[in-house]
Design a protein around this ligand. Structure first.
Ligand code: HXC
Length: 257
């Protein structure tokens, strides 16, 4: 499919999605949301695609929600349309999604990166929640996901001051999984995605679901959820295959069943 604001490429079983509104540093407007939801729905529906990477440009992953689109809105329109609720559908993508972040990931851009399953950061990445400088707050989940990722102290400082953190600080705080040189970012992300794409597909979804459950439930309920999903995988052909392959000292051949 062709999109106005995205470039979507298939690298084997990896869907590489590049945000493409360079004139606005990939500010997230309604069109990008519509395009991303369509691209993610196509990705989830395609059994040949097993991991996705979302990236931006070297200068900006995304510099926020589109301020010019929000500027003239009032409460009734924002509340009436439940503005930003569509992003919950992005976050509900079932298969794995990696954010590959170079340059600015600010406001909604930081929030989009945090909706992905993990973040690979270029050494040029900068993360921030500067909404307070606009007289508002995060609106795409940032106050919740940032706090869960980095803890109260750093999340509170970032939200209250709007200060940006660089890749090193973000890695130290647990916001990003790994830092790579900017020139290698996309290739490194595709390489990591290719590793994930080589895993048993149902096990990939189950691993994602249970790590996400750690965000949403208490310990006892989360551990119970994990155990039940783990038991459930013993009803799949890929569990039989994976364990037989280990014993027979050969790679597993997955069928996603
Ligand atoms: C709309 C944006 C934009 C944004 C940049 N642009 N960010 N347009 N929404 N969030 C546009 C600029 O207007 C400009 O277009 C072009 O992109 C290039 O940006 P410059 O500012 O000229 O680039 P530079 O000087 O390099 O500065 C980069 C920057 C700065 C530091 C990232 O653009 C910036 O501070 N952007 C806003 C960051 C921000 O506040 N994000 C949070 C948004 S609110 P023109 O055509 O004017 O030249 C949010 C949360 C929503 O995301 C929740 C609240 C409801």
């Amino acid at each position: 499919a062709e999109y106005d604001t995205l470039i979507v490429e298939h690298r084997g079983a990896v869907t590489l999605v590049t945000l493409n509104r360079p004139q606005a540093l990939n500010a997230l407007n309604g069109q990008i949301l519509t395009d991303l939801l369509a691209a993610m729905a196509a990705y989830d529906a395609d059994p040949g695609q097993r991991c996705a990477v979302i990236t931006g440009s070297p200068k900006a992953f995304a510099a926020g929600a589109d301020i010019k689109e929000m500027q003239a809105q009032g409460f009734a329109a924002m509340y009436g349309h439940d503005f930003f609720a569509g992003w919950d559908r992005f976050a509900a993508t079932r298969k794995p999604v990696i954010a590959a972040v170079a340059g600015y990931a600010l406001g909604g851009g930081c929030e989009l990166a945090m909706m992905c399953d993990f973040i690979l950061a270029a050494d040029t990445a900068k993360f921030g929640q500067p909404e307070i400088k606009l007289g508002v707050t995060p609106g795409m989940g940032g106050s919740q996901r940032l706090t869960r990722a980095v803890g109260k102290a750093k999340a509170m400082e970032m939200c209250l001051t709007g200060r940006m953190i660089d890749a090193v600080e973000a890695e130290r705080a647990g916001l990003v999984a790994r830092i790579v040189p900017a020139d290698d970012l996309v290739e490194e992300a595709v390489k990591t995605a290719t590793v994930i794409a080589g895993m048993a597909p149902l096990a990939a979804i189950a691993n994602k679901e249970m790590v996400l459950a750690a965000f949403e439930t208490g310990l006892a309920a989360g551990v119970q959820f994990e155990r039940r999903l783990f038991h459930g995988l013993f009803g799949t052909a890929d569990q039989t295959e994976g364990m037989a392959a280990f014993v027979e000292k050969r790679p597993g051949v997955w069928t996603g069943s």
